[in-house]
Design a protein around this ligand. Sequence first.
Ligand code: DQQ
Length: 491
Amino acid sequence: RALRDPHRPRFHFTSPGGWLNDPNGLSHWNGVYHLFYQYNPLAAAHHRIHWGHATSPDLVHWTDEPVALVPGTTGPDRDGCWSGVLVDDGGVPTLVYSGRHGEHELPCVARGSADLRYWTKDPANPVITAPPEGIDITAFRDHCVWREGEVWRQLVGSGIRGVGGTAFLYESDDLRSWRYVGPLLTGDASQNRGELDWTGTMWECVDLFRLGEDEEVGSTDVLVFSAWDEGTTHHPLYWTGRYQGDTFNPTALHRLDYGGRYFYAPQSTRDEHGRRIMFGWLQEGRTDEANAQAGWCGVMSLPRAVTLATDGGLHQTPVPELTGLRRERVEVAPGRLADPYTPLPAVRGDQLDIETTLRLAPGATARLVLRETPDGAERTVVEVSRAPDGASGTLRLRRETSSLDPTVDTELRHGALPLVPDGRVDLRVLVDHSALEIFANGRALTARIYPTRPDEAVGVGIGADGDAALERFDAWQMASAFTDGPRPLWP
Ligand code: DQQ
């Protein structure tokens, strides 16, 4: 076991030790944010999953709470308490989650104490005893539950074999007895599997919400899911469209995060300020052996505020509360950017928040170099480009030189960048040891990087090919997010 793991983030939430995956039960309850998560406290491996729990007054500083759900010694969740949600059942906090036994996963319910610390499983679990009859399904798990008029409605993630991923709709008066309504929407899995918006053979962690709900007109419904196939986690996607009656009429399919599986199984909640807040799971990009040696793995994303973008997609940005972790600030003077890039000796670090505004002429590419060693052998590069015709753009994360360790994932990540006609790019980059979150004009790209000389890989630079200008550049060192002091570097 490594006595010191320099890849462990400090202002992203990680578990105290062991394995972490999906965010669960997200809620803002009497002024406190609750983050539950898929958790194996015993080892950095996905096995007999519990629900971990942490609370925060501000989405930034986190305190560990007792483990919320432990798999039963017998019963429907004896092999794991898989993903689910928290709802307010007339003042009683109630969890709906997937109990796993053998190869089966079925919906289970637990009631919480007023402080959301202690949970009692319902003796009637599982509350749905079998998937819909007569349908050949690929899987059946994960839940989205909401109140609609006098009834509860629930989506369970699934897939119809030979057709595609789906979400089954159910209805209930009491969260205990459920009537099957039908598939809300079904995808088409016959598309090329390699495509970055392939919808998969199963939809994990479906999340349905309305944006712009306070306005009479202009609201959009969003159905988020993670495309899965035969044990492989592909990427998070979302449909925009209209949820009405028992169906969802899609208008468009979008990629949620250009990092693909590095921002997986997201879940969102509407907080007490009316904001749509989303978290996702940052998977590791190193080997299972490296995770086991580190003794911890899995990172929770920073909380994102999600709103409607002018092009009909989602605009994502880290919540403003995160600025509370900013410490020393360094500013870089505006000017033209040089080819290929200029080191910025004043901006060094592996725990940084960088906010910059760039202006790209048609055909130009601007780059931000991060986590560079003094000899340049390791470096990670964020690139934003504008096509020669000026109309479209691309966001790229070049990780091929991010690590000299041949066992870590260094694949390129990229996606479309919306560019207003004047070529302006608002770029925000958060570097937290191995965790990297990039936001460019509201589009997100999340990934992991593992330099082999992490203490030396602290250089930052900025440059361009073609005609690009720097209009603003500010960088801050970031403090740790844990109220009980930083996570130990060894669990
Ligand atoms: N992880 C959970 C499942 C979910 C998957 C198991 C997504 O409930 O489908 O830990 O990462």
